[in-house]
Design a protein around this ligand. Structure first.
Ligand SMILES: *Cc1c(COP(=O)(O)O)cnc(C)c1O
Length: 414
C-alpha cells in the first residue's frame, strides 16, 4: 500500500505536468461582426440569441416540457401540417437528413433520390450506408425535375421512398412539389421525403396539401437561429412505417421510436429520457417559431421574394447573370450567380469580407468555381442587407476590372 508521503509526491508530479501546459484560451471571447449573406448560417435574430442565453432548466422539468410542446405546435404551423408528429432533432440539417433515411428505410428497400446537386448526392450516399437500394434520378446542375418525370419514376420503381430537395442550395434551384405528386406516391406505397433546409420559412411549404411524409430543415437558414437544431415532421403514413419496421434503425442516436418517447408522440404525459435535450438550443427554436408566428408565413414569404427581386435588380444592373437558366426553377433563398469569364471569384469573396465584412459565398459541389451564392434568408431578407451585399459586389468587381457585360466582353482595364 502506498504511503501518504509517496501519494503526495505523485500528486505534486501531476500538478507539475498540468502547469507545464499553457492555459488557453484566455480572456473573454472576441467575435467580429459580419453580415452573413452566404447559404447559411445567416445572421441570427437578436431575440433568438437572447433566448439562448436564458438560465438552463432540467431537460425533464415540466416548464421545459411545456417549451418542447410549444415547439411541436410551432412546427405544425411552419410545416403547415395537422400531423402531431413534429419535433426538433438535436443536430444540424444533416442529422434531420439521417433521421429520415435511417428510420424510414429498411435494408434492401428501394429509394429513388432526385440528384441535381450535392444534397441529393449525399442522401444517395447516406441511404447506401443504411443498405437501401438506391436509384438515382439525375439532372444537370441548375435543372429541376418535372412532376411528370417524378410520377413516372415512382410508377416504374414503386420505391419505399422518393427523396427530393426543395431548395438545392448548391445550385440555387427550387423543386416544385405539388400537382398530385403526393397522391401518386401514396398510391404506389411510396413515402415522399423532402429536404427543406435552405427553403423552409423563405418559400411556401404545405406538408399536408402536398402529401409530404417527412420533412427536415435547419435552424440557421431562414429561421435565423444558431445552427444545431433540425425541425422535423412525419405524416401518419410515415409513423405507421416507423412503428411496423421489421428491423431496428441502425442508429441509436437518431432512432425516432426512442426520440418520440422524449417528445411525447405516442404517450403525451410520460416522457422518457433518450439523450439530454438541447436546452438552450430549444429555447432558441421556441423563440424562432414565435417570431415566425408573429410575422405570419405569407408575410415572411413576401419579404423573402421582395428581397430576392431587389437583389436581382441590382445584380442585373452590374451585368451579372443567373446560373439557373429557367426563371421558374430559381430559388428565392439561395441565389446562384454566374462568375463571368476573367473574374477571380475567390478574390471577390475575400474582398467583400475584408472591406465590407459581408459574406459572399462561392459554389459547392457541382457549382464550385462557376458561381457565387447569396443567401436571402431569415433576418437578412431585407433591403438594407441586400444593398450591403450589392455594394460589396460592386466594389470587389471593380477591383477585378469587371465593368459589366454591356460595356465589354469580360475583363476591361479601369
Ligand atoms: C445547409 C443545407 C443542408 C445541411 O445542413 P447542415 O445544417 O449544414 O447540416 C442540407 N440540405 C440543404 C438543402 C442545405 O442547404
Amino acid at each position: 500500500m502506498a504511503s501518504v508521503a509517496s501519494a503526495s509526491a505523485a500528486r505534486a508530479e501531476e500538478m507539475a505536468k498540468v502547469e507545464g501546459i499553457e492555459l488557453t484560451p484566455q480572456g473573454p471571447i472576441q467575435v467580429p461582426s459580419r453580415l452573413l449573406m452566404g447559404p447559411g448560417p445567416t445572421s441570427a435574430h437578436p431575440r433568438i440569441l437572447a433566448a439562448q442565453a436564458l438560465p438552463l432548466l432540467g431537460h425533464m422539468h415540466p416548464p421545459f416540457i411545456k417549451i418542447m410542446d410549444e415547439i411541436k405546435a410551432g412546427l405544425q404551423y411552419l410545416f403547415q401540417t395537422s400531423s402531431p408528429y413534429t419535433l426538433m432533432i438535436s443536430g444540424t440539417g444533416h442529422a434531420g437528413m439521417e433521421a429520415a433515411i435511417a428510420n424510414l428505410l429498411e435494408p434492401g428497400e428501394k429509394v429513388v433520390v432526385g440528384v441535381n446537386g450535392i444534397w441529393g448526392e449525399r442522401v444517395a450516399d447516406l441511404a447506401d450506408r443504411y443498405q437501401a437500394e438506391v436509384i438515382q434520378l439525375k439532372k444537370a446542375a441548375g435543372g429541376t425535375f418535372s412532376i411528370e418525370e417524378l410520377k413516372a419514376a415512382v410508377a416504374e420503381h414503386k420505391p419505399a421512398m422518393l427523396f427530393l430537395v426543395q431548395g438545392e442550395s448548391s445550385t440555387g434551384t427550387h423543386q416544385a412539389l405539388g400537382d398530385g405528386l403526393g397522391a401518386a406516391c401514396k398510391a404506389a406505397g411510396t413515402l415522399l421525403v423532402v429536404d427543406t433546409v435552405a427553403s423552409l420559412g423563405g418559400v411556401p411549404v404545405f406538408a399536408d396539401a402536398w402529401g409530404v411524409d417527412a420533412i427536415y430543415s435547419g435552424s440557421q437558414k431562414c429561421l435565423s437561429g444558431p445552427p444545431g437544431a433540425s425541425p422535423f415532421m412525419l405524416s401518419q403514413r410515415a409513423v405507421d412505417k416507423l412503428r411496423s419496421r421489421r428491423t431496428k434503425p441502425a442508429t441509436y442516436n437518431l432512432d425516432l421510436n426512442l426520440i418520440a418517447d422524449y417528445w411525447g408522440w405516442f404517450t403525451p404525459g410520460a416522457r422518457k429520457y433518450h439523450h439530454t435535450g438541447m436546452v438552450s438550443t430549444m429555447y432558441a427554436m421556441r423563440e424562432a417559431l414565435a417570431i415566425v408566428g408573429e410575422e405570419g408565413l405569407p408575410a415572411m414569404w413576401d419579404r423573402h421574394l421582395a428581397a430576392h427581386q431587389l437583389l436581382w435588380a441590382g445584380l442585373t444592373e452590374l451585368g451579372l447573370e443567373p446560373f439557373v437558366p429557367d426563371a421558374k426553377d430559381r430559388l428565392v433563398t439561395v441565389n446562384t450567380i454566374k462568375v463571368p469569364a476573367g473574374v477571380d471569384w475567390a478574390a471577390v469573396c475575400t474582398d467583400a469580407m475584408a472591406t465590407y465584412s459581408v459574406e459572399i459565398a462561392g459554389g459547392l459541389g457541382p457549382s464550385v468555381g462557376k458561381v457565387w451564392r447569396i443567401g436571402i434568408m431569415g433576418a437578412n431578407a431585407k433591403p438594407v442587407a441586400v444593398e450591403s451585399v450589392l455594394t460589396a459586389f460592386r466594389g470587389a468587381l471593380k477591383k477585378q476590372g469587371w465593368a459589366g457585360a454591356g460595356k465589354a466582353a469580360g475583363k476591361t482595364e479601369l
